[in-house]
Structure formats: C-alpha cells, structure tokens
Design a binder for this molecule. Structure first.
Ligand code: NAD
Length: 296
C-alpha cells in the first residue's frame, strides 16, 4: 500500500555499481550524485568523447568547491576516481542500477531499454530520468518490466533535492521502494508518483512556461522584465525565460509536446511557436550559448 511504501526496502549498497546513460546536463549531474554517495559509476554516451567530457565537467565544478574551501581535495579525487566513462552499453552489464538520461524521445528510449534487457540480469533496476514520457510505455514489451521505473532528478541534479520515483503499470512496489530508499540515502527528497504525463512537477510547471511565453508573444514585456518580476515579486527562484534557457529549449519543448499530446491536445499545454523557433534556430539556451539570453 502507499502508506507502507518506502519503509521496508533497503537502499542500494555503496558497493553496487551505478550506470548512467547520457552525459548531458542531467546525466553528468546524476553520475556525480551517485559517485558522491560512494558508488562506482559508469557513464555512457553515444556521442564520441561526451562521457569523458561529462566527467571533466564534474571535476571542474568540484575543484571550484575546493578553491572556495567547501570541499577537501581528497574527497574530490575520490569522487572522480569512482567515475569512469564506458565505451559501449555492454560495459554497463554489471551495474545494479541504470539511470537513462538521453534525448526525450520515446522510441529512442525504448530501443535503449530493449538493448539493456539483453545485457543486464533481471535484478538490475532500469530507470529513466524522463521528464514526461510514459514509464508504462518505456517498459512495455520488455521481459521484466517490473524492474523498470522513472527516477526523475531536477536540474542541476547535484543541487536540487527533489527526486520523483515513477511507477508504471508493471513496476513492482519493491522496485519503487528500493529507488525511494536509495534516493533518500543519496541525500535527496524522494516522492512516489504514478506515471501520468509530466508526473507531478512537469505537469504543474507547464503553465508557468506557457503563460510566460504567451505574455511575451502578446508583447506584454521583455523576458528580462518578466523574469525579474517573477523572481523579485513573485517569489520564484528563477523566472520562466532564464529557467527555460537553463533546461534547454529542445528538452523543454519536447516535454511540452509530450504532455500536450498525452492529454489529447488540451490547449492548456499547447506548445509555443516562439519556443519552436528557438529550437529550429539552434538557440537551445545556456548549453548552446544563446537562448532568450546571450551567454557568449
Ligand atoms: P542533453 O541534451 O543535455 O543530454 C543528452 C545526452 O544524451 C547527450 O549527451 C547525447 O549525446 C546523449 N544521447 C542521446 N541519445 C543517446 C543514445 N541513444 N545513447 C546514448 N546517449 C545518447 O539532455 P538533458 O537535459 O541531460 O536531458 C536528458 C533527459 O533528462 C531527458 O529525458 C530530459 O527530459 C530529462 N530531464 C531534463 C531536465 C533538464 O532540465 N534539462 C531535467 C530533468 C529531466
């Protein structure tokens, strides 16, 4: 039952190896979280050099913490020593938990999970960091869908506390409970949710982006004005435009489209043509150096 969840299952042991697929904004951060919790982590990305670059990015950030006196050099060295790039998916076979954080595309994710099933034993927990896609759908067709779940971190993963543990129709309660306990052991605040489009946070947050984009499209005010207003007077940590720039417009737009179609075109979730144009132009936000704001 819901009430007893999270109480019986133990967290994964620090001896368990964690695999992360996708070394982008989220994957590298998730790998860092697991390595900081004491796990050995294997990071795989199908883009040549991306996994190594992801680990180097984590290293640079941690060195900044050392420079500020917030972390010991030995600790950083130990964390980085626990993180290794993997050259193939097959190198992830001995992991106890896989966290997939690749492109927000159902068919691509399903392909990766099908391949993982041929590589990993039935006890390996297979999870997706998807923001919006159906966990039920990602798991369907697999021989062991009971060990598949969503493990949804927020950006930046090492900083943000919340983790949504998403159960699809076939997810075993033991799977969800183990993930919940593990996320808590990693210093996160996990919450159970079932697989509805956008889950909790990305469902509730859609109107925040959508109304910002509508205000912009109607010429109400500039992004910087709207961001400052929502931050200073509205009490939000970030305004919608700077937040979309942080998330990445390709990712944010894909999530909106996915939630919109999942709710049969409910106009509350209608994707924005302004954002579509940014994606078409390759102005993806911070990661490409240009979005609503210029970072170059
Ligand atoms: P990103 O574009 O920064 O990184 C994705 C990485 O995956 C890239 O390095 C790419 O080379 C790699 N990749 C793509 N296809 C692959 C494949 N088939 N096999 C191996 N690697 C592959 O994206 P991101 O922002 O890190 O998002 C990743 C996932 O996390 C998405 O599902 C997204 O919805 C979700 N998410 C994103 C955010 C956010 O704020 N950006 C927050 C929470 C969840």
């Amino acid at each position: 039952s819901q009430a007893s969840r999270g109480s019986e299952m133990a967290a994964l042991s620090p001896n368990d190896i964690i695999a992360v697929i996708g070394a982008g904004a989220m994957g590298a951060g998730i790998a860092q979280v697991a390595a900081q919790a004491g796990h050995r982590v294997r990071l795989y990305d199908n883009r040549e050099g991306a996994a190594q670059a992801g680990i180097e990015g984590v290293h640079r950030q941690l060195e900044q913490r050392v420079a500020k006196g917030k972390m010991a050099q030995e600790e950083v060295d130990a964390i980085i020593a626990r993180m290794t790039p993997a050259a193939t998916l097959a190198e992830l076979a001995d992991s106890r938990l896989v966290v997939e954080a690749i492109v927000e595309d159902l068919e691509v994710k399903r392909g990766v999970f099908a391949e993982l099933e041929t590589l990993c034993g039935p006890d390996t927990l297979l999870t997706s960091n998807t923001s919006s896609l159906s966990i039920t759908s990602i798991a369907s067709g697999l021989e062991h869908p009971e060990r598949v779940a969503g493990l949804h971190f927020f950006n930046p993963a090492p900083v943000m506390k919340l983790v949504e543990v998403i159960s699809g129709l076939a997810t075993a309660s033991e799977t969800a409970e183990t993930l919940h306990a593990t996320a808590a052991a990693w210093g996160k605040i996990p919450v159970h949710a079932s697989s509805t489009p956008g889950f909790i946070v990305n469902r509730v947050a859609r109107p925040f982006y959508a109304e910002g984009l509508r205000l912009l499209q109607e010429g109400t005010a500039a992004p910087a004005t709207l961001d400052a207003l929502l931050r200073q007077a509205g009490g939000f940590r970030m305004g919608p435009f700077e937040l979309m720039d942080l998330i990445g417009h390709d990712v944010n737009y894909a999530v909106t489209r996915s939630v919109f179609y999942a709710y049969y075109g409910d106009t509350r979730f209608q994707p924005s043509l302004v954002q579509q144009a940014l994606v078409e132009a390759g102005r993806l936000g911070r990661k490409s150096g240009h979005g609503f704001y210029d970072y170059r």
